[in-house]
Write a protein that binds this ligand. Structure first.
Ligand code: B12
Length: 620
């Protein structure tokens, strides 16, 4: 029997991991189910811990170390297991990646056992028995021979599982893009997904079957989560791959949410076809705080949708987005780029399509054949897998040779799509959703929102392009050039959404031109025309126009190297000095100072008014 269990989440953020801290809910389920039969179980999240695993082994003396792993955590997981083995401790790994490639993991001397699929009952039996023989769902080594015990049937009654052991958390998990006014948590209301998408690991993990908890059981956990966070306002992500897998159940859950009136905003991931079929339910969900939706739309092209067995059409995508938008929801659509048949011209249309159908947020994942999936095996047989470093299997790096696009170009296209989508009108649209109660958004909050998004893009992008900023700049400039037009688009409504009357009063009538320069691409300028009443026009133009009253020049090459190297005060003010220097004459310099003064006044007064509204802030 095992008595002291140490569960470990390896470090290594990837992609969306830079947007929010990832709560290891899988390990919390594992811990919850063995807590009553062991002396002690602990969870350590190496993303946050300052000390190495050896420190925890010395302090806790575990007799079993369990590690959760996704493909990108393959090497880190193996490194942690090696440390455990050097201390003669038995090791077990679980999660999507080990489930898909158990033999590969067991080929390493430091891995003793792999739990395939859902881990709760397998680990409980393992802990009680002290060895893996005959326990369904476990693969292990017996005198050097690989043994795969029979599959464990998926858990049918999920209500019988204890709630995740949140009380074992040693860290505060935060969102890095959304407001910090809400604490975050996660909940799992179902397991699996009935979709058969070829690029997803779910068909292998859950055999395309979905099982559900009862709405009453979910509500009971939500009340526990609320009290765990001391009744503070919450933002909860449902980790279900397909939250709306059983619409009747969601309907009852909405009734319960209505009854309990928790201060919770929910984010869910779901298929577009179910949304399109249930407009009334969506209305009810939005009325009860289920306000953020992420749908895997994958592609506007029916060929891609068919090839990936997605089972939806562009008409369904449009309908689903419209229903959600009509109900005031935030609608994010994820697209998959770099599928074998796609061309560059097609991919460049994705962000335009995303805007056209009304998405408020999008992401463009690079098609990743995860080892153990049919997608991987087909490409491997054709000899097309080029990238074998598993840390790059994160939907952000090209892994195989597509028919029409080089791997380097595909990376650039991922950046291109993001920049092409996230123009000022998309940002305004998102701000409008946040203020649909009639109040305008604070300018400072709006700017902060943008800078958080930029920071996220920078961190995720850096990880993706390995700090190769010249590729990024090239893709950014290309997207900006492609989106340039002489027309002012609908984005001029920004002053209706963001509070900027003080700023505009000080600024008056101006034509502000912000020019982005770089060695490797033609320059692009943003032109913003302001009056005392509002912003008349924002447009992107190629090159630089002569009729501006304020000229701001940004050299992207030096700015990026400054950001990367500099932390000192001079480095911080240098960009402003450079902007002043870019004025062509005294009048332009005066106007530029006016712009900074207006921005400064705005920042100070918004801080002051906010403090007046929230006197508690004085107390700290
Ligand atoms: C929710 C989710 C997220 C959330 C995470 C939220 C959080 N936890 O805070 C968000 C949206 C942030 C996210 C981000 C990403 N995700 Co994700 N995500 C999922 C999803 C939908 C569900 C995972 C989940 O929580 N399941 C519920 C829990 C309870 O189950 P579980 O963790 O699997 O644990 C159970 C078993 O696996 C097992 N188990 C797990 N660990 C262990 C350990 C031991 C010792 C034992 C015994 C058992 C065991 O027992 C547990 C209980 O039954 C899956 C699946 C899908 N269909 O899309 C993808 C998935 C896990 N994600 C994936 C990817 C690629 C990513 C990103 C790289 C995408 C991106 N480019 O941004 C990032 C990575 C972020 C990072 N690591 O920094 C891949 C991983 C592929 C692979 N083979 O490794 C998946 C499988 C999707 C896919 N493409 O098929 N993701």
């Amino acid at each position: 029997m095992f008595k002291r269990i140490l569960l470990v989440n390896p470090n290594g953020r990837k992609g969306l991991g830079f947007a929010a801290d990832l709560i290891p809910i899988g390990l919390e389920y594992i811990a919850a189910v063995i807590e009553d039969i062991v002396d002690e179980v602990r969870i350590i999240d190496m993303e946050f811990e300052k000390k190495p695993l050896q420190y925890f082994i010395d302090a806790f003396h575990p007799d079993l170390v369990g590690i959760t792993m996704s493909a990108t955590e393959h090497y880190e997981g193996l490194r942690l297991a090696k440390t455990a083995k050097e201390n003669n401790i038995m090791t077990v790994v679980g999660g999507y990646h080990p489930t898909l490639v158990p033999e590969r993991l067991l080929s390493y001397p430091q891995i003793d056992m792999v739990v395939r699929g859902e881990g709760e009952y397998a680990i409980r039996e393992l802990v009680l028995k002290g060895s893996p023989g005959g326990i369904p769902g476990i693969s292990y080594k017996n005198n050097g021979r690989l043994v795969h015990n029979k599959d464990r049937p998926p858990i049918q009654n999920l209500d019988l599982l204890p709630f995740p052991a949140r009380h074992l958390r040693r860290h505060k998990y935060n969102h890095h893009i959304n407001s910090r006014e809400r604490e975050i948590d996660v909940i799992s209301t179902s397991r699996g997904c009935w979709g058969r998408c070829s690029f997803c690991c779910e068909p292998a993990m859950s055999k395309s079957r979905q099982r559900f908890r009862s709405p009453e059981n979910v509500m009971k956990e939500l009340l526990e989560v609320e009290s765990f966070h001391n009744e503070k306002p919450l933002q909860i992500l449902a980790v279900d791959p397909h939250f709306l897998g059983d619409p009747k159940r969601t309907d009852i859950l909405c009734d319960l949410l209505h009854e309990h009136r928790l201060d919770v905003i929910f984010s869910v991931m779901t298929r577009a076809d179910v949304v399109a079929r249930h407009p009334e339910l969506i209305k009810k969900m939005c009325e009860n705080g289920i306000l953020y939706y992420e749908m895997g739309l994958e592609s506007p092209n029916i060929r891609d949708l068919n090839n990936t067995k997605k089972g939806i059409t562009p008409e369904i995508q449009r309908k689903a987005v419209k229903i959600l938008r009509d109900n005031g929801a935030n609608v994010s659509g994820t697209f998959v780029i770099g599928l074998p048949e796609q061309t560059e011209e097609e991919i460049k249309q994705f962000p335009l399509y995303a805007k056209e159908i009304g998405l408020t947020s999008t992401a463009y994942g690079i098609a990743t054949p995860f080892p153990g999936t049919g997608f991987y095996e087909t490409l491997e047989e054709e000899g097309r897998i080029i990238e074998h470093d598993l840390t790059k299997y994160d939907n952000m790096h090209p892994i195989f040779d597509t028919k029409h696009i080089t791997m380097k170009r595909l990376e650039e296209l991922a950046v291109y799509c993001m920049i092409r989508f996230w123009t000022i009108d998309a940002l305004t649209e998102q701000a409008a959703l946040k203020v649909n109660n009639g109040n305008k958004m604070d300018l400072k909050d709006f700017m902060q929102d943008i800078s958080k998004k930029m920071l996220f893009a920078r961190n995720a992008g850096d990880d993706m392009l390995n700090g190769n900023s010249s590729n990024t700049i090239k893709a950014i400039m290309e997207a900006l050039n492609d989106s340039s037009s002489d027309e002012c688009n609908g984005n001029a409504r920004i002053h209706e959404v963001v509070e900027m009357s003080r700023l505009l009063m000080i600024l008056g009538n101006q034509t502000i031109q912000c020019t982005l320069r770089t060695k490797s691409a033609p320059q692009v300028s943003y032109i913003v025309k302001t009056t005392k009443r509002g912003i008349d026009c924002i447009k992107t133009v190629q090159g630089k126009h002569d009729n501006a009253t304020i000229n701001l020049d940004i050299n992207l090459d030096t700015m990026i190297s400054d950001i990367n190297d500099g932390t000192g005060i001079f480095q911080k003010i240098k960009p402003y000095i450079q902007l002043l220097v870019s004025s062509k004459n005294t009048m332009q310099s005066v106007n530029t100072i006016r712009l900074f003064a207006a921005l400064g006044t705005e920042a100070v007064s918004s801080m002051f008014f906010r403090r007046m509204n929230n006197p508690m802030e004085y107390i700290h």
